[in-house]
Design a protein. Sequence first.
Length: 86
Amino acid sequence: MANAITMIKLLISLGPDIIKFIKAMEELMPEGGKGAEKLAIVRSFLEGAWQGFGTALPAFEEFWPKINTIITILVSTFNSMGIFKK
């Protein structure tokens, strides 16, 4: 249970920064059809930063599916709201 609470807290704390990162990637690569590339860049960046914490954080592989889901939901929401203009 403690691990689940830690995961939830960490995901919530990452939320604002993930949103900023997604928006920055969209500004750098505004053309459509580049979603997989943008996601790969976000993943690489987060994974590299994650490794800097060593064993202070749970394994990145444990978190990535949850972060990926959050990113997918955010991008879908931003697209439907017209925040990302194509």
